[in-house]
Design a binder for this molecule. Structure first.
Ligand code: SF4
Length: 273
C-alpha cells in the first residue's frame, strides 16, 4: 500500500546537475516503480519520509506556470529523481500538464522513463520544439524486471512503446542502464529494439551503500553465477571490467552501425555515422 500525499512547491524547475541539460523537472517525489538499485532513493530521507522507497509518492502542486522567457530553447529533462510516467500519472496528469507548458515554452525536452504510459502523450511530443523519449532497460528478461523493477512496465510493453513512438515519428532512445555485470545482455536489448530506436546510451551500475545489500541479495538469489564478478568489482574495487566492457560495446555498436554513447569507463563513445 503506497502512501500518497500532495506537496506544495514554489517551482517545478531545478538546475540540472546532469551534463547536457539545463533543467530537470521532477513532477513527483518518490517512485512506485520501486527499482532495487534506485539512485534517487536518497530522496526518501531528504523529503522526510520514513516509508521504504517505492512506498510513498508526493504529488507536487505548483501554482506558478513555467516561464517561456526562461525556458526558450533550453534543454529540459523529465525526470532525474523520479519517473514522470509512474502509474499514478494516469490519474494526476501532472507530467502531461508540464509538457503542455513546455510546448508553449519551445523547450528541448528529453523524457526518461520505464513506463509504457509515455505513449499517451505522443500528441504533445509532436508539438514540442524538440523531443527525445528514452526508455531504460537493465535486462530484456521479464523475470529480472519483476524482481528488480516491480512497479515498472513489463519488458514487452516498453518495447511496444518504443515501436509506437518511433512509428509516430518521435525520436527514441534506449538507456541500457544500469548495466548489471554478468547479467545484462545488452546485445539482446539492442537486437529487440534496434528497428525502433535512434540511439543508445549505456551506463554502469553505480553501487551505492544505501542499496548495496539489497542488490547483492538479489544477485545471490536470482543470478548466483554473477556473484564472483560482482565481488571483484564492488568489493575488491577492480574496475577493469568496465574498461573492457566499454570497448566491447563501442566495437559492437560500430560494427552494427548503432549510435551509442557510453557514460562509464575511459573509453571514447561511438555516436554513429
Ligand atoms: S524508475 Fe527510475 S526513479 Fe523510479 S525507482 Fe526506478 S530507477 Fe528509481
Amino acid at each position: 500500500m503506497i502512501r500518497l500525499d500532495t506537496t506544495p512547491v514554489k517551482t517545478l524547475l531545478s538546475k540540472s546537475k546532469i551534463a547536457g541539460f539545463d533543467y530537470a523537472i521532477n513532477p513527483y517525489v518518490g517512485c512506485p516503480h520501486k527499482c532495487i538499485y534506485c539512485y534517487a532513493e536518497y530522496m526518501r530521507k531528504f523529503s522526510g519520509h520514513s516509508e521504504e522507497w517505492g512506498e510513498f509518492l508526493d504529488v507536487k502542486q505548483c501554482d506558478v506556470p513555467l516561464k517561456p522567457s526562461k525556458l526558450f530553447r533550453t534543454r529540459v529533462m523529465l525526470s532525474s529523481v523520479t519517473d514522470p510516467y509512474n502509474p499514478y500519472e494516469k490519474e494526476y496528469g501532472l507530467t502531461r500538464n508540464i509538457i503542455k507548458q513546455l510546448v508553449y515554452c519551445q523547450a528541448k525536452v528529453y523524457i526518461l522513463t520505464k513506463s509504457a504510459l509515455v505513449v499517451r502523450d505522443i500528441d504533445l511530443f509532436k508539438q514540442l520544439y524538440q523531443c527525445e523519449v528514452a526508455l531504460s532497460f537493465s535486462s530484456a528478461d521479464e523475470g529480472f524486471r519483476q524482481a528488480a523493477e516491480p512497479g515498472a512496465s513489463p519488458v514487452a510493453d516498453k518495447i511496444n512503446a518504443l515501436k509506437t513512438l518511433h512509428g509516430a515519428g518521435i525520436s527514441t532512445a534506449v538507456m541500457v542502464a544500469p548495466l548489471f555485470p554478468g547479467i545484462t545482455d545488452w546485445k539482446q536489448i539492442i537486437a529487440l529494439t534496434k528497428p525502433y530506436v535512434n540511439r543508445y546510451g549505456f551506463d554502469s551500475l553505480n553501487m551505492r551503500p544505501a542499496f548495496h545489500r539489497k542488490v547483492m541479495d538479489f544477485v545471490e538469489g536470482h543470478y548466483p553465477e554473477a556473484l564472483p564478478l560482482m565481488g571483484d568489482i564492488y568489493i575488491k574495487q577492480d574496475s577493469s571490467y568496465w574498461t573492457k566492457l566499454a570497448k566491447e560495446i563501442t566495437d559492437y555498436c560500430h560494427e552494427q552501425n548503432v549510435r551509442a554513447d557510453i557514460f562509464f569507463g575511459s573509453f571514447p563513445s561511438y555516436s554513429g555515422e
